[in-house]
Design a protein around this ligand. Sequence first.
Ligand code: AMP
Length: 359
Amino acid sequence: MLAPGATIGILGGGQLARMLALAAAGLGYRIHIYAPEADSPARDVSAAFTKAAYEDERALQRFAAEVDIVTYEFENVPAVTAHFLEKLRPLRPGAEALVATQDRLVEKRFFNALGLVTAPFQPVENGGELARAVAQIGRPSILKSRRLGYDGKGQAMIREGSDIGAIYRAMGSPPCILEGVVNFVREISIVAARTEQGAFAAYEPCENTHEHHILARTVVPATLRPETAQKAKDYVHAIADALDYVGVLAVEMFVVEDYHTKEERLIINEMAPRVHNSGHWTQGGAQTSQFEQHIRAICGLPLGATARLGDIVMINLIGEAVETWAEHLADPDALLQLYGKRETRPGRKMGHVTKVVRR
Ligand code: AMP
């Protein structure tokens, strides 16, 4: 166990690191942020900050010497950085979780190997393979770069009549997967935590709405049958156990409904080896926030209770929407979080507001 008073190093300095730092401070830990950008929402609330590239081994070595444990706020930490740090300090979640989630093809095969259903997919390495994959999967389908894709980046829709060669070239012809389009009735996610000893705690499934590929709103409870909700949690438990996972993780799923029987099935989309935007509602909406839960899990403390405190709607304040902050402060049911970003840009996550209506 890593007792309060220790220093936790976080790779990445965005809003997730900021909220992790705030939660860690509440438990008496110090935070040291490592990020390549000087402008960091987490820097303002942390005890120490290293501005250096993820490839800078001397800076990584100094950082490791100053912290007791290392975690991260995003999954695109280079694998070499993770392996380098892992030799110096406990890295939680471990490098295995990063490797499993950095490449969509590896990730999908990992889910399938656990017996979990994903959208049909085919690997694509070149134009010829793309043509064969489109013939097999059909249209519409979605071409996704295997690496470095998030919030809809590195994705393109292949429709009837689309010039697939032009679409692939416009993406820069990277290694991709072609995925069949899932005709879902809703999207849900499960945020959960696992400790080194194998203790596991999941929050209730939440229902997510995306706009322009970016999460816009999360509602809890999700519209879901209780047996489907249990299945979703069981799947995430299986994923976390298979990775020997330590920390908070999030798994996004599609819910498809049989037209006649209304039976629900779950299709796994992707996982994030970190705290997740669809878990922001747990701040004020659950007994323990996902941020505190992550700190508890990686430090080997007992996991906190995950019970929901009311009916919840979390709305992301994206771009200019942040200007509505004063309205939310006037609402007694609303909890406002602003990320302190100095520049407002379209599509940039500036804050969020969680409305908890207690029953
Ligand atoms: P991703 O980057 O994989 O999370 O995709 C972002 C969003 O695009 C998802 O949350 C869905 O709304 C949509 N999407 C991704 N893959 C599929 C799919 N195979 N079928 C239907 N919608 C998808």
